[in-house]
Unconditional design. Sequence first.
Length: 307
Amino acid sequence: MKTRLMMINKWLVMLLLVAVILVQFLLTAYHTERMSVLEEKLEEYQGENLTLKEDKRHIQEKFLEVVEEIDDLEEEKTEEDKDDEDEEENSRGETAGEKKTAYLTFDDGPGELTLDILEILREHRVPATFFVNGEDTPYGHYLYRRKIAEGHALGNHTYSHQYQRIYSGVESFMEDLLKLEELLYRTTGTRPEIMRFPGGSNNMVSRSVAGRDVMGETIREVLHRDYQYFDWNVYGFDGTLPVPSSSEIARAVLTQARLEDDLYILLHDNDFNHSTVDALSEIIEGLEEMGYTFEILTPETPPYQFQ
């Protein structure tokens, strides 16, 4: 009897071991399959991301090629043609007391290069609008206050600037926006009344993250909170990597300026925008020669908004 019980126990132990091994095998197979699916999705995402970067780089290169062609054509003009063009431009700007205004705006700061930009603006006595992100450090606080003290405007560009987070829904966006608003109020004593959506009000990230309706709903909520938002009609192409050279940035801005009356110029003061700093004086002087005056954006400024 005892021997029989021992045999039964032995078989039970063996069956239990087999069951454990089987469970471990099934779990391993499941996790292997799951990892394979995740790796495929990751490869697909990385491929799409690389494609987007290539498309963006291709568009930038094509634009710069067009800019160079325009410059070549302008060099072929005679002095008489240039005089006629200047005369026409002056008469157009003087009609009915109209003036041409340039709104210099810098996104994504404060950063290491913001001080350089402020020095150049001070040298040229030009005001600008800074659409800032959250930098809750003594350095960030100092730059927020200095910008206001020197006559520049602060705009809200969300605290984190993390597309996947802020565009996951209206509540997520407003939470991030108001977090920066409170930081600016705490450090400067003022609340921003203007803002810019990361990627612009027609960005495609929001649609891919939360659907085609989320951007419209977010815009309505932003306006309900008494913010005015601004997009841009002139871009220096300095928001992508690799950053164009200073001459390419200046040429892009000044070329586009010939197509507009009031300029809403998008530049960046990220830590890597050395070319933007080097191009800024040329941009300012070129616009002044074209008859532009510089102003900051306010809630009363006629907004430029993507349709």
